[in-house]
Write a protein that binds this ligand. Structure first.
Ligand SMILES: [Zn+2]
Length: 214
């Protein structure tokens, strides 16, 4: 549990005009990484703030890879924040491949493609951990922004527990369900069955109520 406030030299803030609208972009240095919070809209209430804590995924977020649902979730989170008129997206670096890094993540892709291993077994076969993401920078960032409690867009109960352990109350978990595609259905099934994520849409891939790839 990291409680310390940020030093001024580790924070910088500006307006950021995006195609969705104008956000306040707040950049942080923490634990050897640089993270960003995008703050949108109403800033008066610090309770029940709509929040997404998003783990960096270069392949999904930047390149629109369809083997995971990260890019869809990033887009949908920003869309929802803007639609509701307020909220915060915390973008956490150092979380590639649930914390194993980009090179290692790509190595797991080879095992997934060539040997049919799932997202967990491909990591452990390489002697790597399944999930070593540290969410404490997100809690520090939210506290810096004055947020006391959040409605968290997530399907991951571990993320809820981690934020609460670091002093951010999660008053609601908002399901953040993306429509599966043929390239990520195995990944989503493994996350549901082996990592305990709440992903009811995996059994109803044809339903149209879920956001899908760009
Ligand atoms: Zn991803």
């Amino acid at each position: 549990m990291r409680e310390e406030a940020f030093n001024d030299e580790d924070v910088a803030e500006s307006e950021l005009v995006t195609r969705r609208g104008t956000f306040r972009a707040v950049a942080f240095r923490a634990d050897g990484h640089e993270h960003m919070a995008l703050v949108y809209g109403r800033t008066g209430s610090r309770e029940d703030v709509l929040v997404r804590v998003h783990s960096e995924c270069m392949t999904g977020d930047l390149f629109g890879a369809m083997r995971c649902e990260c890019g869809d979730q990033l887009d949908a989170a920003l869309d929802r924040i803007v639609a509701e008129g307020g909220g915060i997206l915390v973008y956490l670096r150092g979380h590639e491949g649930r914390g194993i890094g980009l090179v290692a993540k790509v190595r797991t892709h080879v095992l997934q493609d060539e040997q049919g291993l799932d997202t967990l077994d491909s990591a452990t076969t390489l002697g790597l951990p399944v999930d070593v993401r540290d969410y404490s920078p997100a809690a520090r960032i939210l506290k810096h922004l004055g947020v006391a409690s959040v409605r968290l867009m997530s399907n991951n109960p571990d993320k809820v527990r981690a934020l609460e352990a670091d002093g951010i109350a999660v008053t609601a978990r908002v399901p953040h369900l993306m429509r599966p595609n043929p390239h990520n259905i195995g990944y989503l099934t493994a996350k549901r069955d082996r990592l305990g994520h709440d992903l009811p849409q995996v059994d109803q891939p044809a339903r149209s109520e879920y956001p899908t790839a760009r």
